[in-house]
Design a protein around this ligand. Structure first.
Ligand SMILES: Nc1ncnc2c1ncn2[C@@H]1O[C@H](COP(=O)(O)OP(=O)(O)O)[C@@H](O)[C@H]1O
Ligand SMILES: [Mg+2]
Length: 232
């Protein structure tokens, strides 16, 4: 199967303080891959490095080409990044969000029909769940070859979570690769094909989602115990 995203020996950090210590990962066409780990393990940092938001060392290959430069350049190679902050502008309507992102409105409404009735509503007047769906819909509608999504399920009602994870799965079924960062392992593993577990900036475990789920008690106890702030 074609690899749509690959990182080899990836190092990154903040202001000279290293956080990632040589990450290797791959996402294939059609795959949803979970990137799991305790709070502070380096999940968001990995996405920021892959997206080109922060500088990194090592190799990143997006859709067959070495990724270089900032996010907007990587976006042209087919990468879409859904950051934790989501990039919703409260004063803009749903429709204006789609226009600003230069994605087809009708395609967006087909992806998430519930947004059609909200098209002229300002994003600030949407519920939290609706804002999340707006952000993900916009990312999916850009028809990326690779989607990087940070904490899709964080703080959302279960119905919204399943809608969000379902959209990620649909995108993969259309041939994209999805890298899903999640702090809560079980839920992510249920919609993923494979997973990597990060600890202190290194991949310490990888496998199929079903293998990890089969052993989830031990996996959680071993890798998800405590926030990782100290002794990096
Ligand atoms: N902007 C930043 N400046 C300095 N350190 C940061 C910054 N963002 C995150 N870190 C540190 O990097 C480590 C990994 O953080 P992060 O990638 O956000 O973890 P996760 O997403 O897995 O919770 C943590 O020790 C965190 O304190
Ligand atoms: Mg994070």
């Amino acid at each position: 199967m074609t690899i749509v995203l690959e990182a080899r020996n990836l190092f990154a950090g903040y202001g000279g303080v290293p956080v990632l210590h040589g990450i290797d990962l791959r996402v294939h066409e059609g795959e949803v891959v979970a990137l799991l780990g305790a709070n502070g393990a380096g999940k968001t940092t990995t996405l920021l490095a892959l997206a080109g938001v922060i500088p990194s060392h090592g190799e990143i290959i997006v859709n067959g080409s070495p990724a270089a430069g900032p996010l907007h350049q990587r976006a042209r190679a087919g990468l879409s990044f859904l950051p934790e902050e989501r990039g919703i502008i409260r004063a803009l309507t749903v429709r204006e969000h789609f226009d600003l992102a230069q994605v087809d409105q009708e395609a967006c409404f087909e992806i998430s029909p519930q947004l059609r009735a909200l098209a002229n509503r300002q994003a600030g007047q949407l519920s939290g769940g609706e804002q999340q769906i707006l952000a993900l819909t916009r990312a999916v509608a850009s028809n990326p070859k690779v989607l990087l999504a940070d904490e899709l399920s964080l703080g959302l009602a279960p119905i919204v979570v399943s809608r969000m994870l379902g959209l990620a799965r649909q995108l993969a079924e259309r041939g994209a690769g999805v890298l899903l960062v999640e702090q809560f392992a079980r839920q992510a593993l249920l919609v993923s094909d494979r997973a990597y577990v990060l600890r202190r900036g290194q991949i310490v475990l990888s496998g199929t989602a079903s293998d990890l789920l089969a052993d989830i008690g031990t996996v959680e106890k071993t890798y998800f115990g405590m926030p990782e702030e100290i002794n990096r």
